[in-house]
Structure formats: structure tokens, C-alpha cells
Design a protein around this ligand. Structure first.
Ligand SMILES: NC(=O)c1ccc[n+]([C@@H]2O[C@H](COP(=O)([O-])OP(=O)(O)OC[C@H]3O[C@@H](n4cnc5c(N)ncnc54)[C@H](O)[C@@H]3O)[C@@H](O)[C@H]2O)c1
Length: 227
């Protein structure tokens, strides 16, 4: 029987206060404990993933880790400005590398896994947010590279590419009626999705059932990237 059990796994989620990161945290906690006790299993730590020292300090405070999910993210209306462009890349892409470097000993010890968060903009042009698009395309490539680099250590590295999910990050574009209608008309299942609907993919990729899977980017998008 395939083993989908993730109970007992220690999971670090950046962007855990956000829509998708929060849904990931609740999913792993709910699967590890009765729902009434699940909240107590979630611990919050402030962290800026752009800060080398802070990331290393967090890694030094954590004894064991099974799953590292890099879900922190931002976008800006000013991404054609080079310093903003670099900052957005720092959060999504360099931040991912920073985390993997810091937590490599933990993940090697646990034969753990990494899950990065890509996007539909990993595959399509992003004219309003070019840094976000470049970062998310980079996440796909970085995921492959890290998967190859760390396979011998028993660490799997994958990414999830969510489609259009209702969160704070997408509020502005969702409120833009023309943009919203345009994305909606492109989604085969005919609707935007909720953060909880992405969590199953993270649980699967973190579970023993996915032990043969490394280096992939899994779209969770209602068919958007197939159209
Ligand atoms: N919402 C979508 O439709 C969608 C689609 C594809 C990919 N994504 C990706 O999913 C991830 C989560 O996004 P979301 O939609 O939940 O957005 P969100 O705004 O709800 O959450 C983003 C989180 O990232 C955190 N964050 C931002 N900068 C940070 C930094 N420097 N250090 C640490 N944390 C930082 C925020 O505090 C927040 O908790 C992001 O990587 C985003 O690019 C979202």
C-alpha cells in the first residue's frame, strides 16, 4: 500500500502566516493530531528569508527537520525598478537557496525533502510583475538543480505551481474586474481556488508515497497550464 502518512514529520513553512503557507501548516497539523489539538502543534517564528544571519540562527535553534517548504513570497507594482526586482528575487529565489544551505544538515540527517513554491508565471510571461515571473521560472530550475545536487544525500527537492488562489497576494488583481474575468476564462475548471486546495499536493510530496519523486514542479491549477 502507498504510505501517505506525514504524522510526526517536523515541517518548516516560510510564509506560514500567509494564505497558502497557513493552509499547509493546518493540513500537516491536522494530519498529525486530532483537530482540537492541531493548533498547539503549530509554532510561529518571525523570519525574513532575505536575512542570512536570521536564517542561519533559526537553523541553529532547530534540532530536527523533515520537510522544508519555502512559501514566502511577494510581488510589487514597481518590479521594473532594479532594486525592487532584486528584492523580489531575493525573497523567492535566493531565499530558497539560503534556506536549503542552512537546513541541509537537518534534511540530510532525516532524509527529508524540500518543497518550493513556483507559479503559473514559472511558465507564462508576467508583464506586470517581471521579477515575480523571473523568480518563479528560476524556482523551477533551482528545484531541478537542488534535486540533482542532494539526491545522494537522500533529500528530495520538488516544487508546487499553484494556479489562481484567493489570498492577500492576489487580492489586488482579483479586484481588477477585467483581469479577474480574463484569468477566469482561462481556467478549465472555471473558478479560482482556495488555499486549502493546494495543501494536498504538499502533503503528498512530503509523504513516503512520493519517495521516487524529485526535481519536478507539480501544477495545482485546475488545468490552467494545460490550456
Ligand atoms: N495566491 C496565488 O494565486 C499564488 C499562485 C502561485 C504561487 N503563489 C505563491 O505562493 C506563495 C504564498 O503566497 P500566498 O498567495 O499565500 O500569499 P500571502 O501574501 O498570503 O503570503 C505570503 C507570505 O510570505 C511572507 N513573506 C513575504 N516576504 C517575506 C520575507 N522576506 N521573509 C519571510 N516571509 C515573507 C508574508 O509575510 C506572508 O506570510 C508565494 O510564494 C506565492 O508567490 C501564490
Amino acid at each position: 500500500m502507498p504510505d501517505f502518512n506525514v504524522a510526526g514529520k517536523r515541517v518548516l513553512i516560510t510564509g506560514g502566516t500567509g494564505g497558502i503557507g497557513g493552509a499547509f501548516a493546518r493540513a500537516f497539523a491536522d494530519l498529525a493530531a486530532p483537530p482540537a489539538d492541531a493548533d498547539a502543534r503549530i509554532r510561529h517564528e518571525p523570519l525574513d528569508v532575505r536575512d542570512d544571519t536570521a536564517v542561519e540562527a533559526l537553523a541553529a535553534r532547530i534540532d530536527t527537520l523533515d520537510v522544508l517548504i519555502h512559501c514566502a513570497g511577494r510581488a510589487s507594482p514597481s518590479e521594473y525598478e532594479p532594486d525592487i526586482f532584486a528584492d523580489v528575487l531575493d525573497v523567492h529565489l535566493v531565499g530558497g537557496l539560503r534556506l536549503v544551505n542552512a537546513f541541509h544538515p537537518h534534511l540530510k540527517a532525516s532524509a527529508g525533502c524540500v518543497i518550493n513554491i513556483a507559479s503559473m508565471y514559472s511558465f507564462f510571461g508576467s508583464p506586470m510583475t517581471p521579477a515575480y515571473g523571473a523568480a518563479k521560472a528560476g524556482v523551477v530550475a533551482l528545484t531541478r538543480s537542488l534535486a540533482l545536487r542532494f539526491a545522494a544525500d537522500g533529500i528530495r527537492v520538488n516544487a508546487i505551481a499553484p494556479g489562481w488562489i484567493d489570498t492577500a497576494l492576489t487580492r489586488a488583481v482579483r479586484d481588477n474586474k477585467a483581469f479577474f474575468e480574463n484569468t477566469l476564462s482561462r481556467i478549465p475548471i472555471g473558478r479560482w481556488a482556495e488555499p486549502d486546495e493546494v495543501a494536498g499536493a504538499a502533503v503528498f510530496l512530503a509523504s513516503p508515497a512520493a519517495r521516487l519523486i524529485t526535481g519536478i514542479t507539480l501544477p495545482v491549477d485546475g488545468g490552467y497550464s494545460a490550456a
